[in-house]
Design a protein around this ligand. Structure first.
Ligand code: ACO
Length: 330
């Protein structure tokens, strides 16, 4: 049996910081409200002209170097994003050129669950023998679809990219993945205009329909109900239990959601990775950014088991159980 294992990791955050104090000058909000309701203190915002493929290429390049893989040996590039540079070509095609790769390249859009969806596709492609080395990048420029006059959403999101290189291995790395989707919940979180259903017009732009709208309370309830279920399902399919999880790496949407998920799973908060204070919700990038934070802090050891869990627009959700096999100095 051929398995897929993570052999390289990298991340990129834009330089510009948008703090809660900055947001206090933009909308009717307060540092106290944002911190207590979300756990977010600041988020990064892409520079003028910096697009999703730029951030993806920066994170991807670091991951390839970390893996010690020749760029010509990458067989497939998957970029998980819901904020591509443009409707076409894909952010993956643009990032492929920026990284000097020559392999097939494609985007996956599963909103904030995108990284888990991409990991499933990458692992399956390797396990089937159709590829040996796959680069998976989660990258989003949420600031391009956030309405900075809407205090109910603009305090939550940030920009960034995280990447992993997966390679065929005789030892199990990706142990199991369980995905889900329910399109009847599409209206809970969407960008109404700019697609084929409602192309951009001056009227739609005047109504600010090019920006994200969200029913925050419903998304909150969906996440804390669905994520413990899918995590247990993925663990069962990996022949493991909650007690085997060394690190729970949840999508970073809200600290209260992260805490509730951990409590419902019975996982101590010491075993939960949280980066939300400094990054906000970076959508597809949040899970690989969180793994990289754990890795660069020297807290991730070979043999440890990670439960990566995500949820987002669609609605979509997913959990991946991963055995960390990478040594610190590969
Ligand atoms: N500053 C100050 N007050 C605010 C702000 C703000 N930024 N935003 C909302 N409020 C007010 C509301 O207007 C409301 O006032 P009212 O009581 O006078 O009506 C009050 O605060 C409470 O609002 P709620 O929406 O009930 O606040 P809640 O505690 O539920 O927190 C939040 C809102 C943070 C959005 C929460 O519901 C949440 O995190 N939901 C999940 C969102 C999420 O995860 N989205 C991303 C999914 S991933 C993806 O695919 C992109």
């Amino acid at each position: 049996m051929t398995y897929a294992a993570i052999i390289g990791i990298g991340s990129y955050l834009p330089e510009r910081r948008l703090t809660n104090a900055d947001l206090e000058c933009m909308v009717d909000t307060s540092d106290e409200w944002i911190l207590s309701r979300t756990g977010i203190a600041e988020r990064r915002i892409a520079a003028e002209g910096e697009a999703t493929s730029d951030m993806a290429a920066r994170a991807g390049t670091v991951a390839i170097q970390d893996a010690g893989v020749e760029p010509g040996k990458v067989d497939l590039l998957i970029v998980a994003t819901s904020t591509p540079d443009m409707l076409m070509p894909s952010a993956a095609a643009l990032a492929q050129a920026k990284m000097g790769l020559t392999c097939p390249a494609m985007d996956i859009n599963a909103a904030c669950t995108g990284f888990i969806y991409a990991l499933q596709l990458a692992a399956s492609t390797i396990e089937s023998g159709r590829a040996r080395t796959v680069l998976v990048i989660g990258a989003d420029t949420l600031s391009s679809i956030v309405d900075f006059t809407d205090r109910t959403t603009c305090v939550l999101f940030g920009d960034g990219a995280g990447a992993v290189v997966l390679r065929a291995s005789k030892d199990p790395g990706v142990l199991g993945v369980h995905l889900g989707a329910d399109g009847t919940g599409a209206d809970m979180l969407m960008v109404p205009a700019g697609g084929s259903a409602a192309p951009l017009t001056p009227e739609r732009m005047a109504a600010r329909e090019q920006f994200m709208v969200m029913n925050g309370n419903e998304v909150f309830k969906f996440a804390v109900r669905r994520i413990p279920q899918v995590t247990k399902q993925a663990l069962r399919e990996s022949h493991l239990g909650v007690e085997d999880v060394d690190w729970l790496v949840p999508h970073q949407a809200n600290q209260r959601i992260i805490d509730t998920i951990a409590d419902r799973l019975g996982i101590s908060h010491d075993h939960v990775v949280s980066t939300i204070r400094d990054t906000g919700n970076t959508s597809s990038a949040s899970i690989p950014l969180a793994i990289d934070a754990l890795y660069t802090a020297g807290r991730l050891r070979p043999g440890q088991t990670l439960a990566l869990v995500g949820f987002g627009a669609g609605l979509t959700w997913g959990a991946a159980i991963v055995r960390w096999t990478k040594e610190e100095d590969v």
